[in-house]
Every structure is written in C-alpha cells, then in structure tokens.
Ligand binder design. Structure first.
Ligand SMILES: [Zn+2]
Length: 177
C-alpha cells in the first residue's frame, strides 16, 4: 500500500470510528462520501505546501528597484491549519520590503503564491510568519523585509476560551529598515 492509499484508509477508519462513537450511521447519504471528501481536501488543498517547492515561485524581473523605497503588499490571504488542533486559522498578510540597489524584483503575484504555499501546512502563526520572511530574505536581493500576519484562529473561537472574532498579529523583520 503506498502512502496515498494508507492516508485514505486511515481517514476512512477515523470517520468510521467517529460515527460508531457518536452512534450515527456512516452510510448516511451525507456522510458516506465524507472520508473521500476529507482525503481530497487535505491532499489537494489544505496540505499542498508540503509538496511544492516555494523556490518555483521565484521569477524575477529586471526592475527599477530604488534603494530605500519600500514596497508594501497588503491584503494577501492567509488560509492555514493550526498544528495544535488541526483547525483553520485565516486572515491577511502584509509584506513590506526594500530591495538592494540593482536588485531584480519579484513579480507581485508571486508574493501571494509564496504566502499561500507556506500557509498550506500544519502551522503555527508565529512560525509561518518567520518562514515567509526568512524565505524572501534568502531568495531575493533584499535590504529589509517585514512580514505581518493578522489572523483569526478557530481553535480559539470554537473551543477552549471560545472567543469568536479573536485576532492575533505576528510580525517578523529581517535586515536594516
Ligand atoms: Zn490551535
């Protein structure tokens, strides 16, 4: 059995025992295909960050990078799963950077792809922010980068302290502003 089949089988078993535990019918028309839906959701959407190399998104152009001129990209969607509870957290990232003189610049859409790629894993918001900042600093010719993420955690909203509308902001800066 390859790892795909193994993964599929264990999701099937998990949903099966969840149904058994709750005393519900796993062959109910709304549940019957749930294991398959979960498998496809993890494989094709929520965990894709483990299978793509973010370096593939580094497509740079000869630009007119002016030293000391900040570039700010706001409203970058962040959709991730917290590694403590495997529940979604989501929000927005803002990236502020300054290229070095003569640096090649990254196409704007690639920032969205890079953030999304790092987010599609089991993550901690703090680690996610750090990974994105470090990656950009190491793979672009930057004097400075700041990554800010503001996110709402469903593991804080739906359980534990049960605070809906919670907001967590994390900030990582590398280089000289
Ligand atoms: Zn959590």
């Amino acid at each position: 059995m390859n790892k795909e089949e193994k993964f599929k089988k264990s999701i099937n078993e998990f949903i099966g025992s969840l149904c058994e535990y709750c005393g519900i019918d796993k062959n109910d028309s709304n549940i019957k295909e749930t294991p398959d839906r979960l498998y496809r959701m993890y494989k094709n959407e929520l965990l894709t960050g483990y299978f793509k190399d973010p370096k593939d998104f580094i497509k740079t152009f000869d630009g007119i990078s002016i030293p000391n001129q900040p570039v700010i990209i706001e409203g970058i969607p962040v959709k991730s799963l917290c590694s403590h509870h495997v529940l979604p957290f989501f929000g927005e990232a803002t990236i502020t950077l300054k290229y070095k003189e003569g640096a090649k610049v990254l196409g704007l859409s690639k920032f969205y792809r890079i953030v999304d790629n790092f987010a599609r894993k089991l993550q901690l918001q703090e680690a996610l922010t750090q990974e994105i900042a470090k990656f950009l600093y190491e793979n672009l010719d930057l004097a400075y980068v700041k990554v800010e993420i503001e996110a709402q955690h469903t593991c804080v909203g739906l359980r534990g302290v049960n605070v809906m509308g919670n907001k967590t902001k994390s900030i990582v800066c590398i280089g000289d502003e």
